[in-house]
Design a protein around this ligand. Structure first.
Ligand SMILES: NC(=O)c1ccc[n+]([C@@H]2O[C@H](COP(=O)([O-])OP(=O)(O)OC[C@H]3O[C@@H](n4cnc5c(N)ncnc54)[C@H](O)[C@@H]3O)[C@@H](O)[C@H]2O)c1
Length: 249
């Protein structure tokens, strides 16, 4: 059985969706949890429910990943509360879709700011602590769109390709210091993010998935659990696609 007993996991954007599912899975495996999000009420509720359900310690930290100081503060609060940080999951992310020819500069910048700069901010703060501890696992939630591109998602695809490269670099710099970094590239997963897509878009997506159905948040959470645990101790710098067979390479 996979255990994260005595481990401390910080999951960004974990008030709901995939982030929440990852937090629940890690709590179930015994980890103490830091829920962090810009959604205060939802984040506090998630944190409370997780500690009640799984009997672990869970705290909520309101933080916007875009803000460098706030991300450093997030890691400081984690260290003050738990004395260490074993796992960072960079999950907070958004989409602002539009055809490349018409994509607004502000929509490009917003997606890069949250998905890429946010991942840099949290990773650098966590990496400093992990290097001192000489142990840690950083997991970036990327996307298959970062591997294959997608019509209308130039900003999103570029941000997700970049977090994969960021994880590979952290993996190389952390390899002899006990710190691993990997990425998960989800395909299409049933969450608020995909619920807003029009039915015709959803049908078009389904036709590209060999397994013929969307994934569930827990499919991503199970993979994150593996990458966070010692079962993956010899794995670093990798991308695991969890996509019903969309991308095969
Ligand atoms: N749903 C999918 O099909 C899918 C596919 C591939 C990748 N992903 C990735 O998975 C991750 C989670 O997606 P989801 O589907 O659960 O989306 P979601 O919108 O349900 O959840 C995203 C969470 O991130 C939080 N967030 C947004 N901006 C933030 C910020 N600046 N600072 C802190 N928190 C912030 C939101 O409040 C929300 O709680 C994202 O990185 C997304 O790109 C999702």
């Amino acid at each position: 059985m996979i255990t994260l007993k005595e481990k401390v996991a910080v999951i960004t954007g974990s008030a709901r969706g995939i982030g929440r599912s990852i937090a629940e899975k890690m709590a179930e495996a015994g980890a103490n949890i830091v829920i962090t999000d810009i959604l205060k009420d939802e984040g506090e509720k998630t944190s409370r429910e997780i500690s009640e359900k799984y009997g672990v310690k869970s705290i909520f930290v309101e933080s916007n990943v875009v803000n460098f100081e706030s991300s450093a503060e997030l890691v400081k609060k984690t260290l003050d509360e738990f004395g260490k940080i074993d796992i960072l999951v960079n999950n907070a992310g958004i989409t602002r879709d539009g055809l490349f020819l018409r994509m607004k500069e502000e929509d490009f910048n917003r997606v890069i700011d949250i998905n890429l700069k946010g991942t840099f901010n949290c990773s650098q703060a966590a990496f400093k602590a992990m290097v001192k501890q000489r142990s840690g696992s950083i997991i970036n939630i990327a996307s298959v769109i970062g591997l294959m591109g997608n019509v209308g998602q130039a900003n999103y695809g570029a941000s997700k390709a970049a977090v994969i490269a960021l994880a590979k670099t952290i993996a190389r710099e952390g390899a002899k210091r006990g710190v691993r970094a990997n990425s998960i590239a989800p395909g299409f997963i049933k969450t608020d993010m995909t619920e807003i897509l029009k039915e015709e878009v959803q049908n078009q997506i389904l036709s590209q998935i060999p397994m013929g159905e969307m994934g569930l948040p827990e499919d991503i959470a199970n993979t994150a659990l593996f990458l966070a645990s010692d079962l993956s101790k010899y794995i670093t710098g990798q991308v695991i696609t969890v996509d019903g067979g969309m991308v095969m390479y």
